[in-house]
Ligand binder design. Structure first.
Ligand code: GLN
Ligand code: ZN
Length: 776
């Protein structure tokens, strides 16, 4: 296939790149600095080396324009707060205490905002759109005074230019910055940070002028918040911003970048703005940008940066499909450049480092390094004709064919079973009131039964045992003995403490998703596939590559062992289908709903085996149900339909007397309360301690008909709640939920807490439950 259309100017670029280094050098240097082992100068040198290596690598690979400003010691939104001088009052002393060589914020002040100090709380952290990255939420109020501090941005740009690169600073745009902010402590909760726009724009103008003076031809302003549903006032704010910045006399060319979804109503706004370029995502649901762009008449006179390579998943691109998209786009803009849909920081660094993977499977994978290569190939094909990339296209076609035809991606037995699922498979055999009655008789629990969410403290001894097993220092039998010893301790503690429904404590689990991924067919594990979750924390998400099946029971042995030790009911513990998808890289060759259904069927078998082994209560955790909610309301109904169906499919095969629990750890769940109801779980536990049982009132307002355990112990804090405090929370809970349906439990699992804290806190929790029970 040859494309007649070519664009001699097509260039390759990226918005951002993993910054940790091949051996996570940055994490080690920063943590070393915190512990006093690494000096500030040493840390800065490690950072500069990593930036240099990244630019060099990208340029050598053929990327024409490299990003600057995407590097960060902790978080790029925090960097933006520093850039605009939005330092919270409580951190000002720390920030001003030292100076950085570039004249900007001091390192210690910066880390104080990110992590807090003994006396001062850090900024709140929350999820960056629907990714698994977390940013630090800016705190703003009517009194906020912005002040430009472009030192960091200018220094990085100069670094790249001095090395001979064509570089483009990448900043969080002003509208997105304000839309991601929240009212500072002490400011009215209904304060809208967007009202500060007129004060913020002059600061951006100053930064743009500084970058221009430092040699920037282009500056990229990221506005991912504009891919969400936006009010006319918010769209108007975007129009005003880019009119103001676009009409500045002294400025670099401006590229406004969007990603994670289509721009929708914001597209005509930005297309009309007096800026020189627009970045659009053309992957997944954002592919709708193509038609939308044609509908607004394209971007005459502008540069379009086309995000055709999926920047947030790990699969090789379909190069011919992307070339076809790019070919269409050539008719819609003055100049078309090629990029990934978003920053490549959302994927691991290098698939070539995964030497343990079957090479047949490894060639389906593209991490950041491989994606940069794909972008370069596409730009070359676009600029010089597809003949010049014939070899790459042939290799790509072969790899795609191998994936499509592989036994891993197509297991006929799994497909036949998923296709045969009937409506009744997703429904319990009895309605809740009937189930509740038989469960009451079967379990014999008191009113306000006590339980925990699953995990108990993960001790050093346990982690050592796991490391020993991996390194071959102990064998499986020895490891299992250690796990059993831990279970004995957890069970006897719970019996002594007087807990009603026990757990085995999850000592065998490294992670609630990875543990299952390692045992299910269809999942791949990586060795070096680290992705930044926040700050210096990295996770290694498993890759859901093929059809999912369960070769054998995954948890039964541990749960049954725990049950064999006690006459009290033990609760089995599984991770739900949505969470199994949300915290993994998912396949892009079939709808998520189908993948979820396969996982659900595998879990259904595990639920069945647990029940057959005598487990009277089974909990299926779905903490990710809300975080995977599509960014735009239009996609939410369909998502919630398959998500809740998958949960029911996993849990509905049990007898009426088997009690199904679920757990979610967030306090604000207003958008999903109907979906929570649709799960039809017998009992749900939720985080509630900090919000004083707010979820209990919201459940009641919704008319939630089943049992609930709003958390009465905040497990995110080392603080041990007193009996009176827990009892007071329970009484608040009772005002919303009747005693017959109220459970008593912590907010979440206890794995991050210490044993002394857990002993004391659960002792108080049981005492509070008894006290309130006796007053009923
Ligand atoms: N069962 C898990 C635990 O207790 C739940 C964790 C979670 O909700 N994130 O650790
Ligand atoms: Zn939780």
């Amino acid at each position: 296939m040859t494309t007649a259309l070519t664009a001699a100017t097509a260039r390759a670029t990226v918005y951002g790149y993993p910054r940790q280094g091949p051996r996570r050098e940055l994490k080690k240097a920063i943590e070393g600095y915190w512990q006093g082992r690494v000096s500030a100068d040493e840390l800065r040198a490690v950072a500069a080396d990593l930036r240099r290596a990244t630019w060099r690598h990208l340029a050598d690979a053929g990327v024409h324009e490299v990003p600057t400003g995407d590097f960060s010691y902790y978080d790029h939104v925090l960097d933006t707060s520093v850039m605009v001088g939005a330092i919270p009052a409580r951190h000002r002393a720390a920030v001003e205490a030292g100076t950085s060589p570039s004249g900007g914020c001091s390192l210690d002040g910066y880390f104080a905002m990110a992590r807090g100090t003994q006396d001062v709380a850090p900024l709140e952290m929350t999820k960056w759109f629907d990714t698994n990255y977390h940013y630090l939420v800016p705190e703003l109020g009517p009194g906020t005074v912005f002040r430009a501090d472009s030192a960091q941005q200018v220094a990085e740009l100069k670094e790249a230019l001095a090395l001979g690169h064509t570089a483009r600073p990448v900043l969080v745009g002003p509208v997105t910055y304000l839309l991601l902010a929240k009212p500072a402590p002490g400011v009215a909760a209904d304060f809208q940070p967007l009202t500060l726009l007129d004060r913020l724009l002059p600061v951006y103008a100053e930064v743009l002028a500084d970058l221009r003076a430092a040699g920037a031809e282009w500056v990229q302003l990221d506005e991912p918040a504009l891919v969400q549903d936006r009010s006319p006032a918010e769209l108007n704010a975007a129009a005003r911003s880019y009119r103001a910045l676009g009409t500045l006399a002294d400025r670099p060319k401006i590229l406004v970048a969007s990603y994670f979804d289509r721009l929708g109503e914001a597209l005509p706004v930005l297309a009309k703005a007096p800026v020189e370029g627009l970045g659009l995502d053309f992957t997944g649901p954002a592919a709708a940008n193509l038609d939308d762009l044609a509908a607004v008449g394209g971007l005459p006179g502008k540069r379009l940066v086309a995000g055709v390579v999926d920047g947030r998943n790990v699969w090789i691109d379909d190069l011919e499909k992307s070339l076809a998209t790019l070919g269409t786009l050539l008719g819609l803009a003055d100049r078309v450049d090629v990029a990934a849909s978003c920053s490549l920081a959302h994927v691991p660094l290098d698939a070539a480092a995964e030497r343990d993977l079957d090479p047949q499977v490894a060639r389906w994978l593209a991490f950041a390094r491989q994606k940069a290569g794909e972008i370069v190939t596409l730009a070359r094909g676009l600029a010089q004709g597809t003949d010049t990339i014939a070899a790459e296209l042939a290799a790509n076609r072969a790899a795609l064919a191998s994936r499509a035809g592989s036994a891993l991606t197509r297991d006929p037995a799994v497909r036949a079973r998923a296709a045969a699922v009937a409506d009744t498979d997703g429904r319990r055999s009895q309605p809740y009131p009937r189930r509740a009655a038989v469960q009451r008789a079967h379990l014999g629990l008191p009113l306000l039964p006590t339980t925990t969410i699953g995990s108990f403290p993960q001790t050093t001894a346990l982690r050592t045992a796991r490391a020993d097993l991996r390194a071959g220092r102990i064998d499986t039998a020895a490891y299992e003995k250690r796990v059993e010893a831990e279970i004995r301790e957890v069970v006897s503690f719970q019996e002594e403490a007087g807990i009603d429904v026990l757990v085995h404590g999850e000592p065998e689990r490294n992670d609630m998703v990875q543990y299952f991924a390692e045992q299910l067919t269809g999942y791949l594990a990586t060795r070096h596939g680290w992705v930044r979750s926040y700050g210096t924390r990295y996770v290694r998400p498993p890759i859901l590559a093929g059809d999912v099946s369960r070769p054998g029971p995954m948890t039964v042995r541990w749960t049954a062992y725990a049950q064999s030790l006690t006459p009290r009911p033990v609760k089995g513990m599984l991770t739900g289908p949505v969470t199994m998808l949300a915290w993994s890289f998912v396949r892009d060759d079939q709808p998520l709903a189908e993948t979820a259904r396969q996982v659900a069927l595998a879990l259904r078998d595990e639920v069945g085996d647990l029940e057959a082994a005598g487990t009277p209560v089974i909990q299926v955790d779905e903490p990710a149900l809300r975080e995977t909610l599509p960014l735009r309301a239009a996609g939410r109904g369909a998502y919630l339909a398959w998500a809740t169906e998958a949960f029911r499919l996993a849990t509905s095969g049990v007898r009426p007397d088997t009690q199904i629990h679920t757990h979610m750890c967030y306090a604000e769940f207003g958008d999903v309360v109907q979906a929570i109801d649709d799960l039809d779980a017998d009992v749900i536990s939720l985080e509630a301690a900090r919000s004083h049982m707010q979820v209990a009132r919201e459940l009641a307002a919704h008319g939630y008909p089943r049992a609930a355990g709003p958390g009465v112990y905040d497990i995110h804090s080392p603080r041990v709640p007193g009996t009176g405090e827990v009892a007071a929370l329970l009484r608040e809970g009772l005002e919303a939920i009747p005693a017959e349906r109220l459970w008593v439990n912590p907010d979440c699992g206890l794995k991050t807490r210490t044993w002394p804290e857990v002993r004391a806190a659960l002792g108080n929790l049981v005492a509070a439950a008894r006290e309130v029970r006796s007053s009923l």
